[in-house]
Design a binder for this molecule. Structure first.
Ligand SMILES: [Zn+2]
Length: 360
């Protein structure tokens, strides 16, 4: 239930803001200007980060799309209507007084990114709360609202999925409508068939990203102690975050013109980090937690592998659409290199193979 977003101010200072709900990832609070412990100042500006990306991952042409998705499988066949960043909002902006931000958010999303609107409309339910009320920190102007929309849509997406889910995890993918629901996705200790997501922090890949702010939030805690941490949750929660980081990026794309004011944000970094986590989760499952792996690969009639391939395909749709938009990425070139690791891409290929997709 958390997301990071970074913002580079006009003077070149990168501020990474930490925003979390009190839902199920542990309770922390933060607002623009706060930073995760140990990341004072939010890290260096883009391009000067911790010694830079590993050699060979930040230069050269982008990987061909065929290396990322299989055009003959669930991931490569995924399609949806893209947001329209050019839809005119001037009448809505002129009428906005700051008094009803929810109505304004729903209206602007309705014109630019209809799935985002659906998530916001449904992100208000008894027992969970109103995602806009809980997460919008500055409703004063259209511009201040646009800067928070990727967070709002992300968090509202969590609220909607949470309110629809029960014993099974529900993922509202888009308003086409496409929603997926799979069973047994939480950890064995929590009644499901998977393992704690924080365990991947101890794998051989984590050290390849020395400035992984996301790990401190999402892969936190000790899975073997009795205290609950967000990182104790299973694969269902890892996929849920991945779904919402796609929505974060889609929302940023929908308002790309308004957000392109000279700074940079971590919109592409977020989803790339989660694609990397999903690959690593599969890798560790296959090698260390065979029953969890079998559940993800073949359990629930292939529900999980289909869900992963769907989200993988949707993520790349937006990553390709926003490729080269420098204001939407900070360490995205480095992160893409991590995701493109051949061994890790092999984990995605194993899902395609299990789904019976033709060999590429
Ligand atoms: Zn989240």
């Amino acid at each position: 239930m958390a997301m990071l977003h970074g913002r580079k101010t006009g003077c070149g200072l990168l501020v990474v803001a930490l925003i979390l709900t009190g839902c199920d990832d542990g309770r922390m609070t933060g607002s623009d200007g706060s930073v995760p412990p140990g990341t004072d100042g939010g890290g260096p500006p883009p391009g000067t980060d911790g010694g830079g990306p590993p050699p060979g991952t930040d230069a050269g042409p982008p990987p061909p799309m065929s290396a990322l998705v299989d055009p003959d499988c669930t991931d490569g066949m995924f399609t949806e209507a893209l947001p329209d960043p050019t839809a005119d909002l001037s009448d809505l902006e002129a009428a906005y007084t700051g008094s009803d931000p929810r109505a304004f958010i729903e209206a602007v999303l309705g014109r630019r990114y209809s799935t985002g609107r659906e998530l916001v409309v449904n992100g208000n339910s008894p027992g969970i709360g109103d995602c806009v009320e809980l997460f919008l920190s500055d409703p004063s102007t259209p511009t201040s609202v646009y800067e928070e929309l990727s967070t709002i849509v992300h968090e509202c997406g969590h609220f909607y999925d949470l309110s629809e889910g029960g014993a099974d995890a529900v993922y509202v993918i888009n308003d086409s409508p496409l929603r997926l629901s799979c069973s047994g996705g939480d950890t064995v200790a929590r009644g499901g068939s998977t393992y704690e997501r924080s365990r991947i922090r101890n794998d051989e890949y984590q050290s390849l990203n020395a400035s992984d702010f996301y790990a401190d939030i999402y892969l936190d805690g000790n899975p073997d102690d009795s205290m609950f941490d967000g990182g104790d949750q299973g694969f269902d929660s890892l996929l849920e975050e991945t779904v919402q980081y796609v929505n974060s990026l889609a929302s940023s794309y929908a308002f790309t013109n308004e957000l392109n004011t000279g700074g940079a944000s971590s919109q592409r970094d977020g989803i790339l980090t989660f694609l990397w986590y999903v690959e690593r989760y599969l890798h560790m499952a296959r090698l260390t937690f065979p029953s969890a792996y079998d559940h993800i690969l073949n359990g629930d009639a292939g529900c999980w592998r289909n869900a992963i391939l769907t989200v993988w395909g949707r993520a790349w749709l937006y990553l390709e659409t926003t490729r080269g938009m420098g204001h939407l990425g900070i360490n995205d070139a480095m992160l893409e290199g991590l995701v493109m690791d051949a061994e890790l891409l092999g984990e995605i290929q194993r899902l395609r193979d299990a789904a019976g997709c033709p060999a590429p």
